[in-house]
Design a protein around this ligand. Structure first.
Ligand code: ADP
Length: 220
């Protein structure tokens, strides 16, 4: 059963007279219990695709569906409701509040979803390798630690669908292994995961790898 579907997505950016076609007709599906990775060189459209899939950006053509609900071209309040019910999201722009510690950020995500769970919070911190950094503030973290703290916040509410951009940047082998186990547990629980990544280990564990090149899916 497909949870997320993209139908012929197009996205253009205009700077002066220059037009960049960031997405040129991308269609994909992600099913319950599936882990899909999106790979491709810098500039191939990964971030734009993830932003459109979550409804944080609107495609210029095509549309996105979550289950049987259309996400695209609806008022932001409706998109936000659909997002909150379905998605955990970590994009490059980050999702952490700067005045809250790592632990408080994850706890806040749980509070907002009405899913407070101290034990799960500790497990998440361990899964992303940040147990020792729980009381640090985002400004005190490295780039990789920030991404992993953001990932823990995105996972806090145990979302049916996780969308994450490069969650394992600058991560050591042990921490990556723990994260892979966490993603495996999501798969077994019937949760869907879509991750843009440069990590060969992560891509190798995915059920499916979608390769982007120049805004298109590269089937070659
Ligand atoms: P990736 O995540 O694979 O590096 P992006 O989705 O960030 O790719 O970018 C795809 C293309 O769209 C690139 O050519 C990039 O320069 C362009 N682009 C992305 N965001 C913007 C923007 N806000 N304004 C103009 N061009 C953009």
């Amino acid at each position: 059963m497909s949870i997320l579907a993209a139908h012929e997505l197009y996205r253009f950016y205009h700077l002066g007279n220059d037009e960049t076609a960031a997405l040129r007709g991308i269609s994909l599906t992600v099913s319950a219990g599936e882990m899909v990775s999106v790979v491709g060189p810098s500039g191939s459209g990964k971030s734009t695709l993830l932003a459109c899939l979550t409804g944080l950006d609107e495609p210029d053509g095509g549309y996105v569906t979550i289950g049987d609900q259309r996400l695209t071209r609806r008022p932001e309040a409706e998109r936000a409701t659909i997002r909150a019910a379905n998605f955990g999201i970590l994009l490059q722009s980050g999702n952490l509040f700067q005045h809250l510690s790592v632990r408080e950020n994850i706890w806040l995500s749980m509070l907002l979803a009405n899913k407070r769970d101290q034990r799960r919070l500790d497990e998440l911190l361990q899964a992303v390798g940040l147990s020792e950094r729980a009381r640090s503030y985002p400004s005190q973290l490295s780039g990789g630690e920030t991404a992993r703290a953001g990932l823990a916040a995105a996972l806090a509410a145990d979302p049916p669908l996780l969308i994450a951009d490069e969650p394992t940047a600058e991560i050591d082998r042990d921490a990556e292994q723990r994260l892979l186990e966490h993603f495996e547990a999501r798969r077994v629980a019937g949760k869907a995961t879509l991750i843009a990544t440069h990590s060969a280990a992560l891509a190798a564990r995915a059920d499916r790898v979608i390769r982007l090149a120049d805004g298109r899916i590269d089937n070659g």
